[in-house]
Design a protein around this ligand. Structure first.
Ligand code: ADP
Ligand code: MG
Length: 442
């Protein structure tokens, strides 16, 4: 049977299971819509768009219905996809970067890095549970006592985590991370996340095909930075992006976004980041961009960086540049290919050129706190050289973080690489091979 027919059959067998049910159409709707496109729309536009797509789907694939029945079905499908009660206005508000529900009465939102409590929560615990059910049903999951923790996604791409009693002691908890906005390097600079010289330096690193690891804690802006830096990959390169949930929004024409897949209810069909990295290597990529490495795929990534796939970009969860080195080592050792620790160290030394460290200050500002170059080679013990670091001044009573982005000299071999790639570097950095600049990582 032809592949296309098999895919058709998969689809039609699921269709036989209920073409009149709201759940079926909601699932079809979510397959059909482009989440990125939807995220850019206002709430009213979103509803109009979903209504239109649902209408088309029902016309194309559904039973013949009376006009009233049909309108009713469309409304219910869209309500199910969108109907999230008190969360609706928050989701429609682009200044809200995070929504945290700690039981029905305690709803918190984050705006501009600050967390505030809302006056109005959910009407009741029941209503909160209903909303939770709606959200997780969209990814064909269920929350109950046997699976009290679930990760889901809204139709707009936003990630949701749910944890309920008895694991949570204060009622059902819902945490929604907003779909990160695509900022440019100029915008991030204007927001104080870096200075213009650092922005220019990082852009030339990307164009010169350095392997860059972006590191930071949760919500420090790793994905946002990855997206901003990706903009400097030249238009003619073939880019493969790999993520758990597609957040990157690359503007280039030749981009192939891949997304991993969790196991289904029977625990089958999982496709990991690692599977996708391995597959990507067979796709003749010029660049591989991985949203976040969290496990054994780190080794595959390091190997890819060392075997001609330079210019790769990844993010990793770590709290300092030193920590990043250890984290990469630990993650790479989780691979089923067992390499001795020394071999992993050699891989990191050869693969990783630059680490960009992000942190979130006590005032909520997200910024680059350090840019470091891996100065060790092959068998040497890890060594780093800072090319920029943020030096903060003591915090005043207004709790606003102030400080300076301080440039340091670039190692000669790195300056040479930029030069040979036709890149100029901002003069504030300078070039030096002073051994005193090298920081051993022990
Ligand atoms: N430099 C920045 N300044 C202000 N807000 C930012 C910055 N970088 C990211 N954000 C916002 O912070 C939130 C988390 O960003 P994200 O890139 O998803 O973080 P991470 O990938 O580290 O978890 C998003 O809402 C994003 O829009
Ligand atoms: Mg992220």
């Amino acid at each position: 049977m032809a592949l296309k027919d098999r895919l058709e059959e998969d689809r039609s067998s699921s269709e036989r299971t209920g073409r009149n049910t709201v759940g079926h159409w909601r699932a079809r709707l979510l397959e059909e819509i482009n989440l990125d496109e939807l995220a850019a729309l206002s709430m009213t536009q979103r509803r109009a768009r979903l209504e239109k797509v649902t209408g088309l789907l029902i016309t194309r694939e559904g039973p013949v219905l009376a006009a009233g029945e049909r309108a009713n079905l469309i409304r219910r499908v869209v309500d199910e996809a969108l109907g999230l009660g008190v969360l609706e206005p928050l989701l429609a508000d682009p200044s809200v970067t995070e929504i945290m529900v700690n039981g029905p009465d305690h709803v918190f939102v984050e705006r501009a890095g600050r967390v505030q409590r809302l006056e109005n929560g959910f009407a009741s615990e029941d209503q909160l549970y209903q909303t939770i059910d709606r959200i997780v049903a969209q990814v064909n999951r269920r929350v109950d006592e046997s699976s009290p923790m679930v990760d889901a996604r809204l139709p707009t791409g936003e990630r949701v985590n749910v944890i309920i009693p008895p694991l949570s002691l204060i009622g059902p908890i819902l945490t929604i991370r907003r779909f990160p906005r695509a900022y440019t390097i100029e915008q991030l600079t204007a927001m104080g996340s870096m200075d213009p010289a650092t922005g220019m330096l990082l852009a030339s690193f990307v164009r010169a095909r350095l392997n860059i690891v972006i590191s930071g804690g949760t919500g420090t802006g790793k994905t946002t930075m990855l997206n901003a830096l990706s903009a400097f990959v030249p238009e003619w390169e073939r880019i493969v992006t790999i993520e758990d949930s597609a957040e990157l929004q690359l503007k280039q024409e030749h981009v192939i976004p891949l997304e991993s897949r969790p196991p289904n209810i029977e625990g089958k069909g999982q496709i990991t980041i690692r599977d996708l990295v391995r597959n990507a290597l067979r796709m003749r990529p010029d660049r591989i961009i991985v949203g976040e490495v969290r496990g054994g795929e780190t080794l595959d990534m390091l190997q890819a960086m060392n075997t001609g796939h330079d210019g790769s970009l990844v993010t990793v969860h770590a709290n300092s540049v030193e920590d990043t080195i250890y984290r990469l080592q630990t993650l790479a050792s989780m691979s089923d290919v067992k390499l001795p620790f020394e071999a992993i160290r050699d891989q990191i030394n050869s693969a990783v050129d630059v680490i960009v460290q992000l942190s979130r200050g006590p005032d909520g500002t997200r910024r680059i706190t350090e840019v470091a170059v891996v100065a060790s080679r092959n068998r040497e013990a890890f060594a780093l050289r800072s090319v920029m670091h943020f030096k903060s001044r003591p915090i005043g009573p207004d709790r606003v973080v102030r400080g300076d982005f301080q440039p340091h000299a670039l190692p000669k071999d790195l300056a040479n690489r930029l030069f040979h790639a036709g890149e100029s570097m901002p003069p504030v950095f300078g070039v030096s091979d002073d051994p005193a600049e090298i920081r051993e990582v022990s």
